[in-house]
Design a protein around this ligand. Structure first.
Ligand code: FBP
Length: 577
């Protein structure tokens, strides 16, 4: 079924000979759209002016041209949208997330349906492509070859930030040369913040180029009252859960290994929590709980050891632990040390990296850090110390490079050895470490992500047609059938707050962390003791694209629990409680 006058579907791509059977079958999948968008007869309704929850004055000062814009909603009705031919650019920014190609396909179809003369350009390798003016026109053949596929390889991604005055000026010039009416930036919280900065700048320069953001990240931490989920979270967590389920089955078959699985998610623990809800591992650490309770590293290790020892006493020398990648930044001692390091790097980064070797760097830093932080830093293995000195262009520590599962394995093994030597346990502890992150970021998007992403893209096209700028698109009601989905846009300034980045107060979209009073966490907390000792594993298996709806279209447990859905998607014994 086609939505809008789209003459471009169905062309055989040049790449078809190299396609897998699933790729061919998925190419024919037509993603669903919210009802209003299917009609073609739509308009954008604007609500009352908005403001951020905190730091209003600071944000107003920084965004004088785009502050306080109203929430936008797409509804059926006589159109007030631009149907003249336009030029629109699209950028993929940051980490890959399944469904990115469908966002672009949605933008393409949404704009071409309004006017087949409109041209869509893909900036290459992320925001850097806007700065350098590197782009290619996206034709129907290109789009068709990538429909419903994973990855960002259509135009590639990058982590550049459009921040310096010369970068902003370069974008202004490049966009003017391309005669661009709009740019859609597909990215996470940092990239959507960056989109707002660019929107503000372009408006201050009377540029006609509008900037619209799309909420992407497998981490699941770009969500709020307006944005129900970031795309990619559904597919990535289902992929990791399949792997964890397989490991659970292997553990209960071999009955001799403890598997320590680290999962991606730079800050928030949504990925780990969702995978725990889907698979019921024996232990899942939740960084936000650890932070809130002020749990120390030693207490975390004691908790793990306690479970290992209790299971061993029940004859089970095996188990599965899930740890979120972001954990180090939530352990109070380590967090304080990382914050101090960030401040030092904010001032002396170049100097520190120019020092002769790592020992010299550690020596220099011991003099700069507080005594306690210097001790914490000094106690970590060198590989971790080195990673903690790196920052990406948004000021984040590249935590995917920190082998937290290894650190935990070593500390737990030491403690078990100690207990054994003192006759306090007979536990056999044979640990294996795993890290699942990149494996899930480019999977074929699940039906949910395929539909959601296409709808987000189609909505972004309407926001550009409505001449809006400084908005992130949203599609709401997503646990219901697409007939009930509602599409619109949230002004970015409404989502901003001030945070210290690289030692400076900076406006950023507030990250949605796991909260301890949320339904997903409460559900986990109510069951974890049972899961620790008894083998309550659930085996989700691989993502299914064709078959019964309860198998193929179920939302994540997180979304279902947050939305108060009666029937929990994981179908486990405890979900009926
Ligand atoms: P985004 O926030 O850009 O979506 O990226 C998220 C993420 O996948 C994190 O989970 C992970 O820590 C990071 O990217 C890895 O970054 P890189 O791709 O640069 O190695």
């Amino acid at each position: 079924m086609l939505y809008g006058p789209n003459p471009f579907r169905g062309r055989i791509s040049k790449m078809s000979a190299d396609k897998s059977a699933l790729q061919k079958a998925r190419a024919a999948y037509q993603p669903k759209l919210p009802k209003a968008l299917r009609t073609g007869n739509i308009k954008v309704e604007l609500g009352a002016p908005t403001e951020p929850a905190t730091d209003k004055e600071d944000i107003k000062k920084l965004f004088p041209h785009t502050y306080g814009q109203p929430v936008a909603k797409i509804v059926e009705g006589e159109g007030n949208l631009n149907s003249a031919p336009m030029n629109v650019g699209v950028v993929l920014s940051g980490g890959q997330a399944p469904g990115g190609h469908n966002v672009i396909a949605g933008i393409f179809d949404g704009l071409k349906a309004a006017n087949p003369e409109t041209k869509i350009y893909g900036f290459l390798k992320g925001p850097g492509g806007c700065i350098k003016g590197k782009y290619k026109e996206l034709t129907a053949d290109i789009i068709d070859a990538y429909r419903n596929t994973g990855g960002f390889d259509m135009i590639m991604s990058g982590r550049d930030k459009i921040e310096k005055p010369e970068d902003l000026a370069a974008c202004l010039t490049n966009f003017a040369e391309m005669n661009l009416d709009g740019v859609v930036i597909i990215g996470g919280d940092d990239s959507n913040t960056n989109a707002a900065v660019l929107a503000e700048y372009l408006r201050s320069q009377d540029s006609k180029t509008r900037v619209i953001g799309v909420p992407k990240t497998i981490d699941g931490d770009m969500k709020n009252d307006q944005i129900e989920a970031s795309f990619g979270f559904d597919t990535a967590t289902k992929t990791y859960s399949e792997l964890i389920g397989n490991i659970c089955r292997d553990a209960t078959s071999a009955v001799k290994y403890w598997h320590f699985v680290r999962l991606m998610g730079r800050a928030a623990s949504h990925v780990a929590l969702e995978c725990a809800l889907q698979t019921h591992p024996n232990i899942c650490l939740v960084s936000e709980e650890i932070q809130e309770k002020g749990t120390t590293l030693e207490e975390i290790v004691n908790y793990i050891v306690d479970v290992v020892v209790k299971r061993a006493a029940a004859g089970k020398n095996y188990g599965i632990l899930v740890v979120p990648e972001g954990l180090p930044e939530f352990i109070s001692d380590i967090k304080t040390m990382i914050d101090e390091l960030s401040n030092i790097l904010g001032k002396d980064e170049k100097f520190i990296h120019e020092l002769g070797d790592h020992t010299e760097r550690v020596q220099y830093l011991s003099g700069q850090l507080s005594d306690h932080s210097a001790r914490v830093y000094g106690s970590l293995p060198q590989e971790i110390q080195e990673v903690l000195l790196k920052r990406d262009s948004h000021g984040n520590v590249p935590l995917s490079q920190v082998e937290t599962e290894r650190l935990l394995i070593d500390l737990v093994a030491d403690k078990i050895r100690f207990l054994k030597n003192h006759g306090q346990t007979e536990a056999k502890f044979s640990p294996l470490g795993h890290f699942f992150g990149y494996e899930g970021r480019c999977a074929f998007p699940s039906n949910f992500d395929a539909d959601y992403c296409y709808s987000l893209g189609y909505t972004a096209a309407q926001m550009v047609r409505a001449d809006l700028t400084g908005y992130t698109v949203n599609v709401q009601n997503v646990t219901k059938s697409s007939d009930e989905w509602i599409a619109g846009g949230t002004p970015v300034t409404m989502m901003l707050n001030m945070e210290v980045r690289k030692g400076k107060p900076t406006p950023v979209i507030k990250k949605a962390l796991v909260t301890l009073d949320s339904e997903p966490f409460k559900h986990f907390a109510a069951n974890r003791e049972d899961w620790a000792i008894n083998d309550c594993y659930v085996f989700p298996g691989p993502i299914q694209y064709f078959g019964p709806s309860e198998v193929c279209d179920a939302p994540t447990c997180t979304l279902a629990l947050e939305k108060g859905e009666k029937k929990k998607p994981c179908g486990c014994c405890c979900c009926g409680k």
